[in-house]
Each structure stands twice: as structure tokens, then as C-alpha cells.
Ligand binder design. Structure first.
Ligand code: AP5
Length: 217
């Protein structure tokens, strides 16, 4: 399956993408994770991206589009993929549509996760991550067993530098301005499906699977 996940920061895209990827046995491609890897490595792309990410703004389209297209050419993505956090602008969506049309493998669905701003801020203010395996925790909703380290590998959990409330509010504004227009873009193409993501984790997973039940094999 070739799938895009849309939704504001904190909607649970990354959390659900990991579960859907296991269910469908296809790779989860997160532009946020790819960009953070570049930042950690200190690559040229990472140095350029970091300033935008720290302000809660989008990294320029040309940088992100090239990075995603390279990733989608890897062998594991030939059987399908889940794009989490891409596309986020109409030019990115157009570039993706053109590239997939050229390859004869168009998108099959776009899931839009909905959540209100207060819940997004609450989730992101309490998000902690394992720097080793990238598993996400939440001090309000999904606590690690000992309260501070990863249940799987024992690494000390850390926070994302863009998860403070001021930057989250900026990210929500940027989402509304730049990414919400994609809902119409995909609705016009008959691809958009909505999932109410303001519910407990397992229920959102059930809703996600239900939304894909007619095309999941
Ligand atoms: P990115 O990393 O993609 O951040 P985001 O889109 O803002 O999304 P988040 O990762 O914050 O939220 P999520 O929806 O994945 O939520 P999660 O599952 O973690 O991008 C970061 C930055 O990179 C951007 O700001 C931009 O600068 C740049 N960038 C990335 N892609 C780009 C692009 N295409 N173009 C340009 N720039 C780009 O869940 C959040 C928390 O809630 C977790 O703690 C989780 O445990 C918890 N949680 C999840 N679901 C539930 C639930 N149902 N109940 C209770 N808690 C839950």
C-alpha cells in the first residue's frame, strides 16, 4: 500500500505509523525522523534544516522533496510505504504525485488524523523519546515503566527541542497555513479518509485499520 498520513503536530501520526507499518509490512518513512538524523550527523542538509525546525517552521520544499524521493527509491519501499509528515505543502504534494505517476505507482489513500489544539499541546508537552530506538513515550498517557528510561533498551529518555509550548503553537499555525490546503488537494483526487485521533491509542489504531479495510491486503 502507498499511504500518506496527514495531521497536526501531536495527532499521533508517528505512533500510529509504526503500528500500521507492522500490520502491513511496509516501511514507515518519517520526514521529521530523516531530518533529525541529518541534524544529529551534522550533514550539510542537517545544518540547513536545523534553523527551520528549531523555529517550528518548514524546511524548504526542494530539500525535503529530494530527501524523500531518494528514500522511496530504496528496495524496501518498492512494495509500498507510509509517508508520515510528507507532503506538507502543495508543491511537495505535486512533486510526489508527479514522481509516483512517472513510476506508475500512485498513492492509494491519504489518512487525515484529527485532534484539537489543546490535546496536541498536552500530548507534545508530555512527549519523551528514546534516543537509541526512537520509541516515543508520554508522561501522561504512556509512561515508561521506571519513569525515565526506555522499557526496551534502558537508554535515558530525552525531549525534542521543538516540543516547548511556544514552538508547538507556531507549528500548529504553520500546519494550518501550509498543510491544511492539502486536504482539498487530496479530497479532489478521492484519496482523503478521516480518522478521529482524539481517543485512546488502541481505539485510534482500530479506527485507522477500519479506514483502510477496503484496500488493505
Ligand atoms: P515531525 O517530526 O514530522 O513533527 P510533527 O509533524 O510536528 O509531528 P509530531 O512528530 O510532533 O507529532 P505526531 O503526530 O507524529 O505525534 P506522535 O505520534 O509523536 O516534523 C518536525 C519538523 O521537521 C517540522 O516542524 C519541520 O520543521 C520539519 N519537517 C518535517 N517534515 C517536513 C516536510 N515535509 N516539509 C518541511 N519541513 C518538514 O505523538 C505525540 C505524543 O502523543 C507522543 O508522546 C505519543 O506517545 C502521544 N500519543 C500519540 N497518540 C496518542 C493517543 N491516542 N492517546 C494518548 N497519547 C498519544
Amino acid at each position: 500500500m502507498r499511504l500518506v498520513l496527514l495531521g497536526p503536530p501531536g495527532a499521533g501520526k508517528g505512533t500510529q505509523a509504526i503500528r500500521i507499518a507492522q500490520w502491513l509490512q511496509i516501511p514507515h518513512v518519517s520526514t521529521g525522523d530523516l531530518l533529525r538524523e541529518h541534524v544529529e550527523r551534522g550533514s550539510r542538509l542537517g545544518v540547513r534544516a536545523r534553523a527551520y525546525m528549531d523555529r517550528g517552521e518548514y524546511v524548504p520544499d526542494d530539500v525535503v522533496v529530494r530527501m524523500v524521493m531518494d528514500r522511496l527509491e530504496e528496495p524496501d519501499a518498492q512494495k509500498g510505504f507510509i509517508l508520515d509528515g510528507f507532503p506538507r505543502t502543495v508543491p511537495q504534494a505535486q512533486a510526489l504525485e508527479d514522481a509516483l505517476a512517472d513510476a506508475g505507482r500512485p498513492l492509494e489513500a491519504v489518512l487525515k488524523f484529527t485532534i484539537d489544539d489543546d490535546m496536541a499541546i498536552k500530548r507534545l508537552s508530555n512527549r519523551w523519546l528514546c534516543p537509541c530506538c526512537k520509541r516515543t513515550y508520554n508522561m501522561e498517557f504512556m509512561r515508561p515503566q521506571d519513569g525515565s528510561s526506555c522499557d526496551d533498551d534502558g537508554c535515558q529518555l530525552t525531549r525534542r527541542s521543538d516540543d516547548d509550548e511556544i514552538t508547538v503553537r507556531r507549528r500548529l499555525d504553520v500546519y494550518r497555513l501550509e498543510t491544511e490546503p492539502l486536504e482539498l488537494f487530496y479530497w479532489e483526487r478521492g484519496l482523503l479518509r478521516e480518522v478521529d485521533a482524539q481517543a485512546r491509542l488502541d481505539l485510534v489504531t482500530e479506527r485507522t485499520k477500519e479506514a483502510l479495510s477496503d484496500i488493505a491486503s
